[in-house]
Design a protein around this ligand. Structure first.
Ligand code: FAD
Ligand code: AMP
Length: 471
């Protein structure tokens, strides 16, 4: 039986980062992953690289170009005639990006001398793992420390079967080879909005049914209201208060029955995407065999140091819930590795950035104004619109706004919210500011390059003290 100091189950962004950091710190490490790609080959990188962050962004980037060429190029004096969109080629490019990056993870693990096992891990004992290898005999591994980073899978709705032909999950929605005439999406969360944007830009009529009354409830209300308007103008028909009850699939359509404020409604679409969230993937682990506890929603329970109910067995990433984001999992992976090496390990869960990659992008970190109010924290806010930025005009991209939330008296930044072009990049300044416990005044005194979109953050910080210059 092979002996390891650390065995990591899962090679998604939580697991492979943990494995590499453990190896850098001198541990003997194994990393096990069961993922098999569409060509039947083992692939590393988990959901994020194979069917999540990366392929979705590849399609969002490609279709953003389509939108530019068809809607905006004329204003730049570019006359485009006969624009043809070849979706299979777009999909091949996406697949190539995924292949490059998953191979990159394999070479990083190799470079760091992590032993990779392609197969399914199952607990035999607190320190013993069975690996059902994909192409080889099964193995038994012994580990001083076991890290579960088995990630998540799409949630489903009762009585609705995903066949990835007419009724799709996020993976099916990423792989369509032509734009459906009418695409229904259940769930106006991050995945629903991103997939809706991709297929809307490629010509589908997109209708999104959302059970909640409030659009993007985790975002600041100023931003979510404005985003709702902008996305609506782009053609996303987002219907709130719509609770889906059932789906009927026929050879040529999908009929979705839902209730809107108590009244029965019917929507007929060519294809339907179920985007109602994700749940922990613990299916093959046999956690019960060793008594690892999960909560009511199926996420593995951990303490503040990522330890499960069993000593020396840890869990990180999507499988423990919280912010189900790649970067949150990776940070946990690094922090846990350092903790195992008796180093100081800390993650500031208050300063994790969130991004929705629509265009304009929606990004935030920390508290919203509404959360401050409901938690009784006196706060001030500063807002600044992209349309008051020279660079945004030069780019012909003036929709959206910056908003900073700071503590009333101390001026400390509690949150930042951006709706606008490249919000995913711009939010980083606010993360640094929050991690450094800066005040709005500090950002207001820092020199920001002109003309740049980052000036919007500067002006929002000035606006928090009612002294914005350009608005
Ligand atoms: P995963 O990436 O799910 O990896 C878990 C790995 O464990 C998998 O490879 C799986 O094969 C393996 N595994 C599970 N069980 C076993 C077992 N018993 N034996 C062996 N191996 C096992 N997040 C962002 O931050 N930004 C984004 O832009 C973003 N976009 C997304 C878009 C889509 C369409 C989707 C679906 C998700 C997106 N996410 C995004 C979420 C992100 O993908 C996840 O938060 C992230 O992948 C979680 O990382 P993880 O390592 O915890 O788990
Ligand atoms: P996220 O958690 O960001 O992936 O978003 C999933 C979205 O799906 C949430 O906004 C949920 O409110 C929504 N949702 C969940 N179940 C249903 C349902 N039966 N009908 C419509 N929307 C739903």
């Amino acid at each position: 039986m092979q002996q390891y100091e650390v065995i990591v189950i899962g090679a998604g962004p939580a697991g492979y980062v943990c494995a590499i950091r453990c190896a850098q710190l001198g541990f003997k490490v194994a990393c096990i992953d069961k993922w098999v790609n569409a060509r039947g080959k083992p692939a590393l990188g988990g959901t994020c690289l194979n069917v999540g962050c990366i392929p979705s962004k590849a399609l969002l980037d490609s279709t953003h170009h389509v939108h530019f060429l068809s809607e905006q190029a004329g204003r730049h004096g570019l006359k485009i005639s006969g624009l043809e969109v070849d979706i299979p080629t777009m999909q091949k490019r996406k697949d190539k990006v995924v292949q490059t990056l998953t191979r990159g993870v394999a070479s990083l693990l190799k470079k760091n001398k992590v032993d990779v096992y392609a197969g399914t891990a199952r607990f035999l004992g607190e320190q013993r793992i069975h690996v059902g290898q994909l192409d080889g005999p099964s193995e038994e591994l012994q580990g001083e420390h076991i890290v579960i980073a088995s990630g998540s899978k799409p949630s489903t709705l009762p009585d609705i079967e995903v066949d990835n032909d007419r009724v799709l999950d996020s993976t099916g929605a990423l792989n369509l080879q032509e734009a459906p005439e009418r695409l229904g999406i259940i769930g106006a969360g991050v995945i629903g909005l991103e997939m809706g944007s991709v297929w809307n830009r490629l010509g589908s009529e997109v209708i999104i049914l959302e059970a909640l009354a409030e659009f993007l409830p985790a975002a600041d209300r100023t931003v979510s209201k404005e985003a709702f308007k902008i996305l609506g103008k782009q053609g996303l028909d987002i219907r709130m208060n719509c609770l889906v009850q059932g789906v009927q699939v026929t050879s040529d359509k999908v009929a979705v029955s839902y209730s809107l404020n108590g009244a029965e409604q019917l929507l007929e679409v060519s294809k339907l995407v179920i985007a109602v969230g994700r749940m922990a993937d613990t299916t093959d682990l046999d956690l019960e065999a060793v008594g690892i506890k999960t909560n009511q929603k199926g996420f593995i329970e951990i303490d503040a140091r990522w330890q499960t109910s069993v000593e020396n067995v840890y869990a990180i990433g999507d499988v423990v819930g919280g912010a189900m984001l790649a970067h949150k999992g990776s940070e946990e992976g690094m922090a846990l590795a350092e903790q195992l090496a008796s180093q100081h390990a800390h993650i500031n869960y208050e300063a994790i950035p969130w991004v929705v990659y629509t265009w304009p992008e929606i990004a935030w970190v920390g508290r919203t104004e509404q959360q401050c109010k409901s938690d009784g924290i006196p706060c001030r806010t500063g807002e600044f619109p992209f349309r008051a930025l020279g660079r945004a005009h030069a780019m012909d991209d003036t929709g959206g706004l910056f908003k900073i939330v700071c503590e009333q008296d101390s001026d400390r930044i509690l949150g930042a919210h951006i709706l606008g072009p490249s919000a995913s990049e711009l939010i980083c300044e606010a993360v640094v500011a929050m991690e450094s416990e800066l005040c709005a005044e500090d950002l207001a005194r820092m020199v920001h390059a002109h003309p740049s979109l980052s000036e919007g953050m500067h002006e929002a910080a000035l606006a928090a003290d009612q002294r914005a210059i350009h608005f």
